[in-house]
Design a protein around this ligand. Sequence first.
Ligand SMILES: [Zn+2]
Ligand SMILES: [Zn+2]
Length: 325
Amino acid sequence: MRCALCGRESDRSLCARCYAERNSIVEVGKVRVETCPRCGFYRVGGRWRDISYNSAVEESLRKSLVVHPEFEVKEVELFLNGDRGYVKLKGKLWGEELEQFCEFKIYIKKILCERCSREAGGYYESIVQLRAKNRKLSREEIEITNSIVVEVINGERENMKAFLTKVVERKEGVDYYIGSRDIGRKISRKIAERFGGTITESKKICGRKDGRDVFRFTYSVRLPEYRKGDIVKYKDRLVYITNPRLGRGISIPEMNSVSAGGRVVVKREEIEEGIAVNVDDYAAEIIKTESGETVVAESTGNIKVGDTVNLFKYKGKYYLIPKLI
Ligand SMILES: [Zn+2]
Ligand SMILES: [Zn+2]
C-alpha cells in the first residue's frame, strides 16, 4: 500500500509522518507551577520541595502531556524561556521515526509554603533551653549551639516544620523556639553530645485540635559546670578536665587519667603560662610569662628547665598542668 498523500510505501492509507502533520499526536495541557515567593520552593505532587524551576516545570509537564498511545517516545527535551516552554519528543509511530515539537505556556502561581506561613505566624512546637549548671554560658558555647541549631535545621530542608521561630537570650541562658518537636529533641541531643550535660523534657498543653490536646515541648539542656580545661575538686583531689562530655580528666599532681565531676575551683581563663627555670624532684621554679613573677610549683617530675608550662594557683599553692593538652 502507498500513502494517499505522499505516495510513500506504507501499511496504512496515511503514513505516520502525514498522519502526524494533520493530527496532533502530542498535546500539552495546562502546565501549572506553584512556588513560594519567600523560600523559592516548588510544590510538586502536594509536597513543597527544594527543586529548580526546570524540575518543577518538568514534573508538571509530566502530568499534562498527552501522547498518542502508539507513539513510542524515546527522548524528551525541554527548553524554558520565562513562562514559555518548548518540548521536543523523539520516538516512533507505526515503525517510523518522528520528531514532535510543542510550545506551551507556564502558569506560575505564587503562594506561601506551609513552612513560611507557619514561620511568619510565629508557630513553634518546642523550645530548646540552653543552660549551664552554677555558671553563665560562655560566648563560645552559645555560638557552637547556634551552629548546631542551623545545622540540624538545614539537614531537613524539605521538612515543613524545620525552622527557628525565634531566639531569646535570657539572663539564665538562651531559648530556641523550634517549629517541630522532633527537631527540638534532635537539637537538644546534639548539644548534650557536644558538651555533655543533662536534658530534661517537659510539656505543656497549648490548645486543642480535632478534639485532642496539643502540647508544646521544652527540652532543657543543662551543660556541666565544668568545661574542657577547667580545674575541679573531685573526691578531695584536683582534676584537670579533658573531656567534659565523658566526665574525664587528669588528676593533679599525680597526672593520672580519672573520672571527674564536682565543683569548678579554677576556671580555664585563670590558668597562666610560665617557663621552668629550676626543677628538682619536689618543686619547680617558674617565671610567669605575663607578670615576670617567679613562683614555686609542685613538681610533676616530667618537665625540664626551659620548658613552657601552664600553671594555676589554688589555696595559695601553685600546680602545674600536663603539657599534652
Ligand atoms: Zn505520507
Ligand atoms: Zn516558603
